[in-house]
Design a protein around this ligand. Sequence first.
Ligand SMILES: NC(=O)c1ccc[n+]([C@@H]2O[C@H](COP(=O)([O-])OP(=O)(O)OC[C@H]3O[C@@H](n4cnc5c(N)ncnc54)[C@H](OP(=O)(O)O)[C@@H]3O)[C@@H](O)[C@H]2O)c1
Length: 242
Amino acid sequence: MYPQPGGALDDAQLLAIYAYSDPSKSCARFNFVATADGAANHQGVSGGLGGPADKKVFGLLRRLADAVVVGAGTVRAEGYAGELLDAQGQQWRLGHGLATHPALVIISGSLDMASDADIFSRSPVQPIVLTTERAPLESRYRIAEVADVVVAGVDELDVEAALGELSDRGLTRLLCEGGPGVFGAFQAAGRVDELCLTFSPSLAGGGGPRIVSGSGHELQALALNHVLVSGSEVLLRYRRAV
Ligand SMILES: NC(=O)c1ccc[n+]([C@@H]2O[C@H](COP(=O)([O-])OP(=O)(O)OC[C@H]3O[C@@H](n4cnc5c(N)ncnc54)[C@H](OP(=O)(O)O)[C@@H]3O)[C@@H](O)[C@H]2O)c1
């Protein structure tokens, strides 16, 4: 619809308009869905907010990413586990010179996670866990049995150091699927490069979280890349304004 009015887009066209602009440069893309009144979840989860178009783009964005990044809060709330992509998505990646699966990166300052949790046991790739020095040593050893544990930061995640660690592993095209805590940390560090935001045609009422948490952030200007409309769903892609 913007910048040019057009007809229906097929998967190839959607993948083209969501392509990362410069794969050699680290890019933290955030993908969120919010209700029309700004809530990031309903009854504790966001899964019910996205309609068919949001779900379609959610899956396609995973195809394009080197790594899917998610916070421990979202893992706890949404029960992330298993394949990140269907067979078609995996085939597409192979055909485009990418690893079959994107890497899975979990952010947890506390490492308060069970090592036999589904997120570890059902992941097709060994997850990377970004944590901090405040995580107890015992937890670091425990999680290191099922994941690549990377310490980046003392009390809070050092976002720059974390991005450097991921870049050293060849992971520059990042798709951050939430949640608000991780978004807030990246925004505070000035490292939000893109926001893909779906407005769900629904109202959640007061009290729900917004897509970003934390306070005292600098106002960050965004530039609009495109707007897509599907039925009553509106999908926006913003990039950092230079
Ligand atoms: N609308 C959407 O698109 C969307 C997307 C994702 C999630 N959500 C919703 O968001 C809610 C969860 O929110 P959330 O903010 O708890 O999720 P989150 O951002 O996924 O997780 C927060 C957790 O991540 C770790 N973390 C984040 N920033 C950190 C930092 N700077 N340093 C160290 N650790 C850091 C901490 O883990 P530890 O506690 O382990 O230290 C923190 O408790 C759920 O209701 C979920 O449904 C909505």
